[in-house]
Write a protein that binds this ligand. Structure first.
Ligand code: APR
Length: 265
């Protein structure tokens, strides 16, 4: 499945950037957004659940929906694709993983250099000052989300909703890395949501090799140098095995040391 030229390029890469989307967590049982029928947006209206206006209209509905998703994420486990990406991080000198996913599964798989472009469903913040809140009391009124212990405003998930800006530092770091990388892997994203979907274009314009990992064609396919038309839980471990034959991979969750024979990270 893995062209020799691609395996050689990864093994020799100095700076690698990976952009991931919901498809990378699909094999962990987390639904994607736009896959027909199974995707969240095929079953729920994003305008009713994932915008500031929706939260203003019905904060309880939005809070409960994210609480349900958070429970599913906490019950899920990283899959072989997540683990293989953590292995790549340990084997290339320069690495950044920019994810659109809010599930925290990359970190649980051992990835360290991770930028969360769309925030995290595992964090909660005050809807007035935006500060993350670690502990909160259960809501007083049953038809309300919990309130900020500091100011009393409603709490909300620390994710980026439609019509909202991405965290400035996160997108700036991802854009800089995209413009400086020599290889970018784009896995499990429909590449339809900007500004994250612009990152592969920045990398390509700067001369990087572009690799798409996705069982389906996307808006990005025409731009890719290599396409692995396969699920990421299959394709990325195969890519690691081809790039570094004979070396065990998948140090598994928590193994954060480099395994290029050099000192610890
Ligand atoms: N492995 C790799 N890719 C997969 C897999 C898999 N096992 N299963 C599905 N895919 C692909 C689909 O073919 C699709 O192209 O993953 C992609 C998922 O696309 P979306 O559902 O659009 O998710 P994503 O690109 O992450 O969405 C971007 O949109 O809704 C917002 O904020 C949300 O971060 C999200 C953003």
């Amino acid at each position: 499945m893995i062209p020799a030229a691609l395996a050689a390029a990864l093994a020799g890469a100095r700076r690698v950037v990976v952009l991931t989307g919901a498809g990378v967590s699909a094999e962990s049982g987390i639904p994607t957004f736009r896959d027909a029928l199974t995707g969240l947006w095929a079953r729920f209206d994003p305008l009713e659940l994932a915008t500031p206006a929706a939260f203003a209209r019905n904060p309880k509905l939005v809070w409960d929906w994210y609480a349900e998703r958070r429970a599913a994420v906490l019950a899920a486990m990283p899959n072989a694709g997540h683990v293989a990406l953590a292995t790549i991080e340990r084997r290339v000198p320069g690495f950044l993983l920019a994810t659109q996913n809010v599930d925290g599964l990359h970190a649980r798989a051992g990835s360290r250099a991770v930028v969360e472009l769309h925030g995290s469903i595992l964090r909660v913040r005050c809807s007035r000052d935006g500060e993350v809140v670690a502990r909160w009391d259960d809501p007083i009124a049953a038809d309300e989300p919990p309130r900020c212990p500091r100011c009393g405003a409603f709490l909300r998930p620390d994710v980026v909703w439609f019509d909202e800006m991405l965290p400035a530092e996160a997108i700036a770091r991802a854009e800089d890395a995209a413009r400086a990388c020599d290889l970018m892997i784009v896995a499990g994203t429909s590449a339809e949501v900007y500004p994250a979907a612009a990152l592969p274009h920045h990398a390509k314009a700067a001369g990087a090799m572009l690799v798409e990992v996705n069982p389906h064609a996307t808006a990005l396919t025409p731009l890719a140098d290599f396409v692995l038309r396969e699920r990421s839980g299959v394709a990325i471990p195969a890519l690691v095995a081809a790039a570094w034959p004979g070396r065990p991979h998948g140090g598994g969750a928590g193994s954060s040391g480099r395994d290029d024979g050099g000192g610890a990270k």
